[in-house]
Design a protein. Structure first.
Length: 388
């Protein structure tokens, strides 16, 4: 009951804050950028943009156009089912499903942290960071973020409870939601291999997960004649091309150094620093002899590295989309929650007063930037601007 109260409190507070910023002072006659659709209902209208239209079209028409194959089928299939059963408009159905899965994700993350013995303070900080994250808007938008996070947390909870079959199976479902979902069964397989515990069941479960992922290419082969169409349309319709791993970050860094300062690029650089901090922390824990959840390490690296192996030619920010992809990497939020708790606790003064004050000043400065980035992102989304 306590967990549910915390989850609902953070969900309602964060969603009301986002909706208020998006709506207060917004003219009824506003013209959205790129001539985007304006829905009659002001609530759902605020959370429908860009990819939402593609998911809605799949949910209502199926893969009627080749460009739609870039979007994996499981989430629009669920939205279609919910809309059919309830009679809701497809946009309302997508909006409701996204928010429902976000609430469930917060609850699952709370359970995961409880299982690890984390304090109530750490759990509250972690859930707060996730709920009020500058790009957490996408947890309520008609996008796949909430659903994917829900599947990822479900899989890792099953893994922690030694339910390997269920964990691999849910990983297969995640792979039918977004291509990066393949990293979930890969992460489980890698952990078993690192710990030298691989057995026949791991190979069998991994094979089943692979077959689940291959259902989509098989469908495209049968209906479109090309099993790899979902990759090919990326360049043709969305101007997304492959790139050398992490080169989008190098390009954006060079842009910033040359004097063209983009707030979103600074935000992405901050996220990369968090990612690098997590990697350093995990490696340091390993050398100290502390047990490291290698499956989460692999999952984190995969979900950050994969989108940074491509870039969209039609936008000036090479790391475009990173703020949205970051949302589903839950180990990074637990990492942030743990370290923010250590900073806020007064007992950290034992590291030396001067060093403590410097460190705390840095943290508060980062929190200030967090608020600035939140305002920047929401100010763009007020007019359905292109941020991710």
């Amino acid at each position: 009951m306590k967990a549910l109260k915390i989850v609902l409190l953070l969900f309602v507070a964060s969603r009301l804050m986002i909706f208020a910023v998006l709506s207060i002072g917004q003219s009824d006659s506003v013209v959205y950028v790129d001539h985007q659709l304006k829905l009659d209902n002001p609530v759902v209208d605020r959370f429908i943009l860009y990819d939402s239209y593609n998911y809605a079209q799949i949910a209502t028409e199926g893969y009627s156009e080749d460009r739609l194959t870039a979007f994996f089928p499981l989430f629009p299939f669920i939205v279609h089912g919910f809309a059919t059963v309830t009679g809701f408009d497809v946009y309302w159905a997508g909006f409701i499903m996204s928010n429902f899965f976000f609430v469930c994700s917060l609850w699952l993350l709370y359970r995961l942290m409880t299982k690890r013995g984390l304090s109530e303070r750490v759990k509250m900080i972690t859930l707060s960071v996730l709920s009020f994250f500058p790009s957490s808007y996408f947890f309520s938008a008609f996008y796949t973020e909430s659903f994917f996070l829900f599947l990822a947390l479900s899989a890792f909870l099953c893994w922690g409870n030694n339910r390997r079959g269920a964990a691999y199976f849910i990983g297969g479902l995640a792979a039918l939601t977004r291509i990066v979902g393949v990293w979930i069964p890969l992460a489980f397989f890698a952990e078993r291999w690192i710990r030298r515990k691989l057995d026949v069941k791991d190979f069998a479960y991994a094979w089943v997960s692979s077959l689940m992922f291959l259902l989509y290419p098989a469908y495209l082969w049968l209906t479109k004649g090309d099993p790899m169409l979902f990759i090919k349309v990326q360049a043709d319709y969305f101007r997304r091309i492959t790139a050398f791993p992490f080169s989008p970050i190098y390009r954006d860094l060079a842009t910033t150094v040359n004097g063209k300062i983009e707030p979103i690029i600074l935000f992405h650089m901050t996220l990369i620093l968090v990612f690098l901090g997590y990697l350093a922390w995990a490696i340091r824990q390993r050398y100290k002899g502390t047990d490291v959840p290698w499956s989460e390490f692999v999952y984190t690296f995969g979900l950050i590295a994969t989108p940074l192996c491509s870039m969209v030619q039609s936008v000036s920010i090479s790391s475009h989309g990173l703020m949205r992809y970051f949302l589903t990497v839950f180990p990074l939020f637990i990492f942030l929650g743990n370290h923010l708790d250590k900073v806020f606790r007064r007992e950290n003064r034992n590291i030396g007063r001067s060093l403590f004050l410097v460190w705390k000043s840095v943290v508060y400065f980062v929190l200030f930037l967090w608020v600035v980035f939140l305002i920047q992102v929401l100010s763009i989304l007020r007019y359905k601007g292109f941020v991710a």
